[in-house]
Design a protein around this ligand. Sequence first.
Ligand code: DOR
Ligand code: ZN
Length: 429
Amino acid sequence: MNLLITDVRPYGGDPVDVLVADGVVRSIGTGLTAPEGTEVLDARGAVLLPGFVDLHVHLREPGGEESETIETGSRAAALGGFTAVFAMPNTSPVADSDVVVEHVRRRAEEVGLVDVHPVGAVTVGLEGTQLAELGTMAASRAGVRMFSDDGRCVNDPLIMRRALEYASALDVVIAQHAEDHRLTGGAQAHEGAAAARLGLAGWPATAEETIVARDCALAREAGARLHVCHISSARTIDVLRAAKAQGVRVSAEVTPHHLLLTDSRLSSYDPVNKVNPPLRTAEDTRAMREALAEGVIDAVATDHAPHAAQYKDTEWQAAKPGMLGLQTALSVLVETMVEPGLLDWHGVARVLSERPAEIGNLPDQGRPIAEGEPATFALVDPDGVWTVRGAELASKAANTPYEGMRLPATVVATVLRGRITAQDGKVVQ
Ligand code: DOR
Ligand code: ZN
């Protein structure tokens, strides 16, 4: 099947036509004509970017199908411009064996809307005490290239050290949910003025900073690749900058919500704002934006965390942490980074596609837009404006913190290896 995309602007540049054959870009130019039978996608001046890659999503299957399934999560991903996602292992059963990661991979291939890369657990059952079979998962048909106990920190330094040593030997990456559980004690709000006023126990920023410092030291020793999930505190950025300057193989992600939202939202006690790590201060969001522009933070990852109403529409203490993210990621990035002039479209491609593909070791994603390269794209209308309605999102759950907000930029279409997976807000299956 051939595809001709007309009047599209690569990285926001001059309009061109892009002819795709067999999933690969055949030619780029103006006034291109296509052989009979070619599907034509009139892009009407949309910005053409490499397909987005999300290093951090929760698809909930197996075991949490009341909140999300691989199918509903894949639909949300395609609608959000994503062509690859990494699915976290905190499912039931936990993805700590070749059987579970292969099941996730196979189910995602049946759905076929987005490349789903299962993340393997670092420890058996996410219990933090016994290393999982990393080598078996890496060698499985799922080809696991990232391991994480996300939702929990690999808190024991000896277990983390061993995990990094294996990761170095296997050439995979350990993605750490950096939270010293001894320091947070299960608290669920940023330790600061807002939490104090509301009488909520505080999750101190130092619980993140100290784990990142420790893990950078361990990664250096092991010669391993460390990825830090959802950075939330300005102080963590200083640790990362120093480690990178010393040649530690460390990368980091920030979520859209930690770029935009602060703990000032906690005053409503609405658990839709409850997330781990917690929303922090305006100073922290400012520091996140600057570090992302500078490249100290490598990537934007959504931490898409759907929770069915019975887990979210309850009192603060009982509610589960997490927010939807896949369909709002681009818009929040445009609002926080593009409109203020901190990133141009090349920068968006870098943080939403190129760097995540490198970190996740995906050779056919995050590629330049050029002849001979995979036709894997997100097409974006930078002038589009939309109002977020949780009930209208493709996810099974509706826990978006952006309910009712008007956000800039819409996804016009998503293309995976030459096949349109979403167009004008609808999934193409
Ligand atoms: O808010 C969060 N939700 N943070 C995590 O680390 C886990 C995630 C989830 O699984 O819901
Ligand atoms: Zn996490």
